[in-house]
Design a protein around this ligand. Structure first.
Ligand SMILES: C[S@@+](CC[C@H](N)C(=O)[O-])C[C@H]1O[C@@H](n2cnc3c(N)ncnc32)[C@H](O)[C@@H]1O
Length: 241
């Protein structure tokens, strides 16, 4: 990743020159640069070479659909206690935002299986994962409603229409103590999900909505920003015990 003097970040491929309004950096300069180096464009502006973390990468990666936002990803990771070595099933992948976070957390000893019904989206997500340089995420261009192949799963995360159609399958695939987490943009879907998980014998069922309000620091004082993200989605959590 390359960072300009304004703090604006860009992904670089490493195989072609980089151009911006602050000048050109040649392919050769990029090839010879190391993480932490500072290089000058032909207009004498400074650029820093930095390793992107998962959030930088998601901000800049290729996508053709909406992606989960940090407040919701964070809630899933914290609520389920996901950790190193865990096995995760995720659907649909979209561009791979939460899959990348799962892969980042479970590490080399863990594994993420991410189902995506659309071939074009599965290809984009596979490219994103390869470019991030992580090897523990397998994208499956499959309809998850045709079956979950994995067993003894620590976390099943669903972000797709009518998720409750596979809750029974999800229950069978989870290990004892495993979590089902479901993201729903509409409250109706969250409610149906609640009732069905209860009927299926899940425990610790909870629906959470996370609101994030940023503060701004002005010369006159500190106050919440006038605008905030009004709504993203509801998260349902249910545990197999
Ligand atoms: C909102 S996007 C997912 C965003 C993603 N979870 C993220 O982390 O940003 C919903 C995705 O679900 C996929 N999808 C819908 N039904 C599916 C199914 N039955 N099996 C697998 N993927 C499905 C869609 O093609 C779409 O890419």
């Amino acid at each position: 990743m390359i960072l300009d003097e304004r703090g604006k970040k860009y992904l670089i491929s490493g195989i072609e020159e980089f151009q911006s309004d602050l000048g050109i950096i040649t392919e050769e300069q990029i090839a010879n640069a190391k993480i932490g180096d500072e290089i000058k464009s032909h207009l004498n502006h400074s650029f820093k070479i930095m390793k992107p973390n998962v959030n930088d990468f998601i901000d800049l990666m290729e996508r053709k659909c909406s992606i989960l936002i940090q407040k919701d990803i964070g809630t899933v990771l914290a609520h389920t206690g996901l950790g190193s070595g865990d096995k995760v099933v995720d659907a649909g992948t979209g561009a791979g935002a939460i899959s990348l976070n799962f892969g980042n957390i479970v590490g080399d000893k863990g594994q993420v299986y991410s189902y995506e019904i659309r071939e074009d989206f599965a290809e984009i997500a596979s490219r994103n994962i390869k470019n991030f340089g992580i090897k523990n995420i397998k994208i499956k261009n499959q309809d998850i409603k045709e079956g979950i192949d994995e067993k003894d799963v620590d976390l099943i995360f669903l972000d797709l229409p009518r998720p409750f159609e596979i809750f029974e399958e999800a229950y069978d695939s989870l290990k004892l103590g495993g979590w089902l987490a479901v993201y729903s943009p509409y409250i109706d879907q969250a409610e149906i999900s609640y009732r069905i998980t209860k009927k299926l014998g899940f425990y610790n069922i909870k629906i959470i909505e996370t609101l994030q309000r940023n503060l701004e620091v002005r010369p006159q004082g500190v106050r919440p920003q006038t605008r905030m993200v009004g709504h993203s989605g509801y998260l349902l959590f249910a545990r197999k015990l």
